[in-house]
Design a protein around this ligand. Structure first.
Ligand code: N01
Length: 548
């Protein structure tokens, strides 16, 4: 008797579906709509939260905003109606606006009737005889399905530092990625913030406006660029709505999935220092994500080109931050944009406030927490609240937490000990009929994420249709195709400066995690690549006939 059959005997029969989807965020919502409403499959989505939204349901810390190219292009493209009818208000929408949009989509597409909220999937096992996945949940609901889609999010499993005494800290303690739904007041409080990535940089200025004291505990100084968030004008919205078809076409053509014209290939070193300065200054003044979409083409590949932009931003930090010692501590020394670029709203400016203190952990590391303070190598800082803006066990962490068990009883943790082996960033050898969205080996955050999810799920939908039409039961990649895909991912990344920097992109933020650059760095070319694999009859995959 297989372990799945044994479990079935113990806790009764499972609900049966064609597809189970884990996660009701941007990707899981589209998975449900596409597979249920377009392909006619029976689908059930499971999510531990009490409503839709995924990352936007959890990340509600002060200052949390879309830090990509922004509205109205942070949304689904599959339905013109959804695009035409939702009123985006700001260029860098606040979390609550994105959540409103996702609620609007869930209502409009009647998604909630097939989503099990407040239901955490804590076990997933593949049964080879039936060629089905069975999942167990904390609510006792069990479900079995031919296909399992893991849409738990690339940035959802919190990375919490293991610092001596941190659990003894008796004040309020919040992780930005799991912010409380009840209002949090900073008034009159001494707040310590660990972390200066996007979440820290977005939240610190907001916290500083209200708190009595803010102590920022910085491990790595960061490059940040002005978000220049502003209300969308009526004209901009009207123009986007009028030209939707061509905008969408542009998004599909653009390397990053955004409606901007491709940049001409031009090295930063071809321009004179004055010309470069003028471009950087213009982009800085304009702000927003366009900064990264309108740069020279070799910033991420040439150390010298990179240095021209890095020096420019360091100069800006020096201009903004009045105290030279604090400015020194804020000077980033990695290659610019090789950590996720950050859009800020008054971040560097907030170090000019009397109530903000910057602690450079490279000079004075944290030794321990007491119930009322954080103690560094230099001094003790009494605090009432601790904010952990320490990021995520990104890309692979959420799936590894579930730790599905595949063929021959092998768990994902065993399979992924040294590297996140996968093919096309979506499938794993030994784990038939399991698909990942925004997983390792896919472009993930290097592409417009809602559009990327749509494109991966469209590919998966076609693949599922192929399996049904051919009366097949299971598909999985060969380990050889995984190795070749891994070499392709590495080859693209290693031609850039990205792998040289410690970041969540390389897994170096989580102790013990395999350190390598996991994303497929060729943007939209990835979608051409996976379409090519489908056209070649799913080259690199092995198929089994359906059970008799
Ligand atoms: O996480 P991060 P994040 N001791 O990993 C530090 C997306 N996002 O939540 O750089 C001391 O970037 C760590 O230091 P270091 C966006 O893609 C989107 O800020 O590893 N410090 C770093 O400073 C983003 O890139 C939005 O040396 C420790 C910080 O904590 C991604 O999410 C908003 C530490 C973590 O930065 C992740 O951003 C926010 C330790 N033990 C985020 N451990 C929106 O679009 C970690 N750090 C809304």
């Amino acid at each position: 008797m297989t372990s799945t059959q044994q479990k079935q005997q113990e806790s009764g029969p499972a609900e049966e579906y064609d597809v189970v989807v884990i996660g009701a965020g941007v990707s899981g919502m589209y998975a449900l709509h596409h597979l249920r409403d377009k392909l006619g499959l029976s689908v059930c989505v499971f999510d531990g939260a009490s409503d839709v939204g995924g990352t936007w349901w959890y990340n509600r810390y002060p200052g949390a905003r879309v830090d990509g190219p922004g509205s109205p292009f942070y949304g689904y493209t599959f339905s013109e109606e959804l695009f035409q009818e939702f009123d985006w208000k700001e260029t860098q929408s606040e979390w609550s606006e994105v959540l409103s949009y996702l609620n609007f989509v869930a209502d409009r597409l009647d998604l909630r009737r097939d989503i099990r909220f407040n239901t955490w999937v804590n076990d997933a096992r593949y049964d080879e005889a039936s060629q089905r996945w069975t999942i167990e949940t904390d609510s006792g609901v069990r479900a079995s399905a031919t296909f399992m889609i893991c849409a738990g999010g690339a940035l959802s499993t919190a990375n919490k530092p293991d610092i001596p005494g941190i659990h003894d800290f008796a004040g309020e303690c919040y992780h930005t990625g799991h912010w409380p739904h009840e209002p949090v007041s900073f008034k009159g409080k001494r707040v310590a913030v660990i972390g200066t990535g996007s979440s820290g940089v977005q939240s610190i200025p907001e916290i500083a406006k209200e708190a009595e004291q803010v102590v920022v505990l910085q491990r790595t100084p960061q490059f940040a660029f002005p978000a220049n968030n502003r209300p969308l004008t009526q004209d901009e919205v009207a123009e986007a709505r009028k030209t939707w078809d061509s905008l969408k076409e542009k998004m599909l053509e653009n390397l990053s999935g955004f409606p901007v014209d491709p940049n001409p290939e031009r090295s930063a070193l071809d321009d004179s220092p004055e010309q470069r300065e003028a471009l950087y200054e213009a982009l800085w003044q304009k702000g927003g994500f366009s900064f990264f979409l309108n740069l020279y083409s070799d910033i991420a590949v040439s150390e010298d080109a990179n240095d021209t932009l890095a020096s420019f931003v360091r100069g800006k930090i020096r201009e903004i931050v009045k105290d030279p010692e604090t400015a020194d501590k804020l000077m980033p020394d990695h290659f610019v944009i090789t950590k996720r670029p950050i859009l800020d709203d008054g971040y560097f400016e907030c170090y000019n406030r009397d109530n903000v203190t910057l602690v450079d952990l490279r000079e004075e590391s944290i030794e321990r927490f007491t119930p009322t303070s954080v103690v560094t190598a230099e001094q003790e800082y009494p605090i009432d609240m601790l904010v952990l803006a320490t990021g995520f066990d990104a890309i692979s962490g959420t799936l590894l937490k579930l730790n599905p068990v595949g063929r021959d009883g092998v768990s994902l943790k065993d399979r992924w000990q040294d590297r996140f082996h996968n093919y096309l960033g979506m499938t794993i050898a030994g784990f038939p009929n399991l698909f990942m969205i925004h997983g390792p080996g896919s472009p993930g955050v290097f592409y417009n994420m809602p559009l990327g999810a749509e494109r991966q799920l469209d590919w998966i939908g076609e693949c599922l249709e192929h399996i049904r039409e051919q009366n097949l039961g299971a598909m999985e990649p060969s380990t050889e195709s995984e190795d070749a895909w891994g070499a392709e991912v590495d080859g693209i990344a290693n031609a850039t400066l990205f792998p040289q920097t410690n970041s969540w992109w390389t897994g170096s933020n989580v102790p013990g995690k395999p350190r390598y650059f996991t994303a497929y760095l060729a943007g939209s070319l990835y979608y051409m690549r996976i379409d090519g694999v489908a056209e070649e009859g799913y080259a690199g995959f092995k198929f089994e006939p359906a059970p008799g």
